[in-house]
Design a protein around this ligand. Structure first.
Ligand code: DAH
Length: 343
């Protein structure tokens, strides 16, 4: 009967050393040892034939093995269950979720949207136009004389094979397209990207953004222009803002003016940003030249209008106190993330 004793001892060792990885392994082990056709069952079967003098000793051993196996399996099952319940109890359902970082809107888009939104409150709709233009829409229709320096190779990117095709240097080309396709009254703002052959510096770039404005109707006056610009300045830079207009020249407006807004950083007292003048230049404007109206198919005897154009980078720099225009083009997240978060 030594073989039976050693079988029992071997199995006991196996039970004691059993280290399952998961629940199914425990269950498989249980069936293999304690199941109806398991190893213990066959040991009990064998036990029936054991001689009377060995029965006591081997009987105790088998019972010990059986109890050890049952205890071990129960213990293993309990410990796995408690790990599972502890881990699900550990989830704190009231804890705020971790935030996914999503992008931020570019400051140029923010300011462009704000400009068009301010004018939309005055009934201006938005129009866009092509970045690759022809000479007529960018210059000729806007009353630029053929020898005007803006047509010069130094300013304008022309397409080499066809100098009639160029990258628009201003969004005023969209006012031409709008006048060609719409009948007055016209109230429109035209945002867009423009291109000039300029050296890149803290205050200039070869690509930048403008918003053009155009208002055409019967009896539109310079007073309407001034009031519209004043409204815009107050909405963009704060209620306390004042404006002043200085005479200027643009081929497409007569009279023409440059608009300054009181410096929103020093309140007009004078600081570095306004170069101690108290004023910041924000746009050009004027009454649409009758030549332009006629070139675009609008009767200049019946209708008059005003136009204005501003640089989005410039407005954004003044609004946010940005000192270097190149920051807008460098895609440095440390800069871009300082603006609005999209929620
Ligand atoms: N197109 C001009 C520029 O790029 C800006 C401008 C000035 C537009 C006066 C206008 C205007 O409509 O009336 O510098």
């Amino acid at each position: 009967m030594t073989t039976m004793r050693s079988k029992i001892e071997e199995l006991l060792k196996k039970v004691e050393e059993f280290k399952p990885k998961d629940f199914t392994e425990i269950e498989d082990f249980r069936i293999k040892i304690l199941g109806k056709k398991g190893e213990l069952a066959s040991l009990f079967e064998e036990f029936k034939g054991v001689s009377a003098d060995m029965k006591k000793e081997l009987g105790q051993k088998i019972n010990l093995l059986k109890n050890t196996a049952i205890d071990k399996i129960n213990e293993l099952k309990n410990s796995l269950e408690s790990v599972e319940t502890v881990s699900s109890e550990n989830i704190d359902m009231t804890r705020p979720g971790s935030n996914e970082t999503i992008g931020t809107r570019h400051p140029i888009s923010l300011v462009k949207n704000e400009i068009t939104e301010i004018f939309s409150r005055l009934g201006f709709t938005t129009a866009e136009g092509p970045e690759i233009e022809d000479d007529w829409h960018v210059f000729s229709a806007l009353n630029f004389p053929p020898e005007h320096p803006a047509r010069d190779m130094q300013d304008t990117f022309f397409i080499e094979k066809n100098p009639d095709i160029l990258l628009r240097t201003h969004t005023s080309s969209i006012q031409v397209r709008t006048m060609q396709s719409q009948k007055p009254p016209i109230r429109v703002v035209c945002p867009g990207r423009v291109f000039r052959n300029e050296a890149i510096s803290y205050r200039a770039h070869c690509i930048f953004h403008q918003v053009e404005g155009l208002y055409i109707d019967e009896k539109v006056s310079f007073a309407d222009l001034k009031q519209t610009i004043l409204y815009f300045a107050k909405e963009m830079f704060g209620e306390a803002s004042r404006i002043r207009m200085r005479p200027s020249y643009f081929p497409f407006t007569e009279p023409s003016a440059e608009v300054d807004v009181s410096c929103n950083l020093c309140g007009g007292k004078g600081c570095n940003v306004c170069k101690h003048t108290g004023w910041l230049e924000i746009m050009g404007c004027g009454m649409v030249d009758p030549n332009v109206l006629d070139a675009c198919g609008i009767d200049s005897k019946k209708y008059s209008g005003f136009a204005f154009g501003m640089g989005v980078e410039r407005i954004s720099m003044l609004k946010y106190g940005v000192r270097d225009l190149r920051l807008y083009f460098e895609n440095d997240l440390r800069f871009l993330q300082q603006f609005e978060f999209i929620v």
